[in-house]
Every structure is written in structure tokens, then in C-alpha cells.
Design a protein around this ligand. Sequence first.
Ligand SMILES: Nc1ncnc2c1ncn2[C@@H]1O[C@H](COP(=O)(O)OP(=O)(O)O)[C@@H](O)[C@H]1O
Ligand SMILES: [Mg+2]
Length: 242
Amino acid sequence: MLQVYDLKKSYGKTVALDGVSLNVSQGEILVIMGPSGCGKSTLIRCINRLTEPDSGEVFFEERSITDMAHKELLEFRRRVGFVFQHFNLVKRLSVKDNVMLGLVLGGLPKAEAEVAALEALEKVGLGGYGNSRPEELSGGQQQRVGIARALALEPEIVLLDEPTASLDPILVGEVLDVMEDLVRSRKATMVIVTHEVAFAMKVADRIILMDHGKIVEEGIPAEVFAEPKSDIGQKYKRLLVA
Ligand SMILES: Nc1ncnc2c1ncn2[C@@H]1O[C@H](COP(=O)(O)OP(=O)(O)O)[C@@H](O)[C@H]1O
Ligand SMILES: [Mg+2]
């Protein structure tokens, strides 16, 4: 469904992506892990060109995303849900309006967008919070709004960039639970960047480990850390044994 071919991206002298290639199949749950600064966000953002790669290509259902003109790109983005580490909710809008926004911008009549938004909020356990402001919610609830906003688009693929990384440990669990429900529903292909090893081992079909802008390990959860060749793979293995 999604093919990433030899992506490269540098910021000045910093090499963020140093030739990354990967395939994601329809319905697959792919988890990307790796130390801070290894290029995970750059990779996931290059998939829908929130970040423009220097070279390489991304194909979605055999169409080149990297070659798309702006209008086509916007249409493609409507099929992709993106969940950010820092939620990126619009403060002055209600929770419901935040979730509706993408749908309304996509041309859906307001009444229909509202129904879809309330349904999505229900799915993440926030049925009663439509009229609240984001700031009235806890971090975990805000991120669940972020997830609802992505789901409301009924995306074919959902990209999640460290969705629990800026939450207190106590709030992480509720967001992981919602994500686990999503995974179980198998409605969308998912690419999840996370540091939550236990979660990754539980939900991933495949785990990719990155270091210094490259993929250094790749495999099913049961095998990826069994005999790691890379330094970082060995570090993760020790984490798991500990
Ligand atoms: N907009 C940017 N400007 C300059 N450097 C950046 C920018 N975004 C990322 N980088 C650098 O690129 C590298 C990879 O970053 P990133 O993809 O955010 O890593 P990760 O998500 O794995 O922590 C890091 O060294 C980071 O400092
Ligand atoms: Mg990141």
C-alpha cells in the first residue's frame, strides 16, 4: 500500500534520513522505534510531505506522493490521519469543532461533519466532551481528541508520531488503550512512532528500529530483538530483559 524508497533528508550538516526504504502493506501495524534524533519524525512526516525530502520517493497505492502537485497532495492527505506528539489542537475551537475541522475543510456539509465528529469522540471515550475547550481537558484527553480528529476522516492510513511522549506517565495508559482499540478494529493501516516497548511488542505486526537516519533492525516483535546486529538493537534487547 505504501512504499518508501531511498528517502534522504538533511538539515544543513545534520543528516536526518540517510536512505530509508520500507513497505507497508494494507492493514499492517508498523511500529518505528529508535533513539531521539534518529529521524523517526522526519521519516513519518515525509510520508505525507509535511516535511519535503531531499531525494527518494514515496508511493501510495502505486502513485508517487513525492511527485504530486499541491492540489493532488491535499486530496491524498485527506486519506491519511496524522496524530502529533503535541496534539496540535486549535485552542480557540471546541473539541467537537477541532474534530470537525478537517471534514468541513474537505467539503463535507457541517451537519454530517458534526455527526462524524461526535462518533469519533465516542470511539475515544470522549462522547460527553464535544463542547469543551481543549484546555479544559487533561493531556491524555487532548491526545484522544487528536486521535478522534484523525479517525473522523476515516483514513486509510494513520500516522502517529510519538502520541504519548508528552504525557505524564499516568495519562499514557489511557491513550495506549485507545490506540490498542484502534489496532484491534483493523480499519486502517497504521504507522506508529513510539518509545513504548511493551505496547510495540503487543500491537505491532512488524517493528522497525532506526538509528542515525537509517533502518538498523526490522522484524516481527518476537524476533526483532532476538539477535540484534546493531548497537541500538542490543540496547533495546537489554531493556527487554531487564
Ligand atoms: N526542522 C528542523 N531543522 C533542523 N534540524 C532538524 C529539523 N527537524 C529535525 N532536525 C534534526 O534532524 C534529526 C532527526 O530529527 P527527528 O526526525 O525529529 O528525530 P526523532 O523524531 O527520531 O527524534 C535530528 O538531529 C534533529 O535535530
Ligand atoms: Mg520525533
